[in-house]
Design a protein around this ligand. Structure first.
Ligand code: MGP
Ligand code: SAH
Length: 258
């Protein structure tokens, strides 16, 4: 009799667990997000404070967008700047914040779907008139671009970027970090790079030494609610705190704040 009761209890709890799983699955379907996106969806208000007002993202957008608090920090560095070019604009996380403080923003993305999403999101924030959206390949467009500050947040190869202990610049997509930096420098030396938190910092510093003359550089750790999210590197005048930065032997200023 006791064994039978125990069996019945186990059966009932299994049924309950199955029902709970079904409800969770249904909830996910109603939210319209895949299991990969679920974790980022839970952070939606950190990504876009005005998420509920009509913000739209696709899968890559969910895991790549710069959280709003970090994007605001990037933009503050460019307050009053003339033209900022967001070379890999995605769903507009950065472009929107730049548009709030700069004269004009050029937002480029190779994926037409991303540009459509970024335009929609810029409308939600009421800044669409301050942004020129371009569908195109940054590397092809580069020779014809003119701007005061360049923002580079290229793909890192998806959320698996953190599987490796040290993320090297050659893992950046679609071209390695050195080539990307060289192309960018031909447009302006005032460059901001948004990079993985496990990026090889020595390699990053080398980018400034390899420039001629060496560029001032500031490396900043980015957190949201105390969670270490990414690293931002400011080069040239974008490293605006340069006046109080220690000078290296090369003559360039260098500050690391992580
Ligand atoms: P994450 O590490 O995938 O998220 O991305 P989280 O919540 O820190 O995950 P955890 O499990 O490690 O705690 C952190 C941040 O990096 C995201 O919010 C994006 O801003 C940025 N990011 C991530 N990826 C994969 C990319 C990318 O490919 N390109 C760019 N530009 N940014 C990315
Ligand atoms: N900072 C953005 C996220 C950028 S994710 C935000 O906050 O929303 C990187 C983006 O680079 C992706 O949207 C991808 O479509 C785009 N991309 C990849 N290769 C590109 C290229 N050659 N030129 C321009 N954009 C490219």
């Amino acid at each position: 009799m006791r064994r039978w009761r125990k069996k019945r209890r186990i059966f009932k709890s299994k049924v309950r667990i199955k029902a709970k799983k079904r409800v969770l699955k249904e909830e996910k379907i109603t939210r319209g997000v895949s299991p990969l996106v679920e974790k980022y969806w839970l952070q939606r208000y950190d990504l876009f404070w005005r998420y509920d007002e009509g913000i739209k993202l696709d899968e890559e957008g969910w895991f790549s967008v710069t959280p709003e608090e970090i994007a605001v920090g990037h933009a503050q560095r460019c307050t009053g700047a003339g033209v900022v070019i967001d070379c890999f604009a995605g769903v507009g996380g950065n472009a929107i914040q730049f548009a709030r403080v700069c004269d004009h923003v050029v937002a480029i993305d190779i994926d037409p779907e991303k540009v459509a999403l970024a335009m929609n999101n810029a409308k939600v924030y009421g800044v669409e008139d301050h942004i020129d959206f371009i569908v195109g390949d940054f590397f092809q467009l580069a020779p014809s671009l003119k701007g005061d500050v360049l923002f580079l947040s290229s793909p890192w190869g998806g959320p698996s970027y953190k599987m490796t202990k040290k993320f090297t610049l050659d893992s950046l997509k679609p071209k390695d970090g050195h080539s990307l930096f060289q192309v960018a420098q031909k447009i302006t030396p005032h460059i901001i790079m948004y990079l993985p938190r496990n990026v090889d910092l020595l390699e990053v510093e080398q980018l400034s030494w390899l420039s001629s003359p060496p560029l001032d550089i500031e490396i900043e750790g980015n957190t949201v609610r105390g969670h270490f999210k990414a690293i931002t590197v400011y080069f040239g005048d974008a490293a605006i705190t340069q006046l109080c930065l220690p000078r290296t032997l090369s003559g360039a200023a260098c500050k690391v704040c992580i």
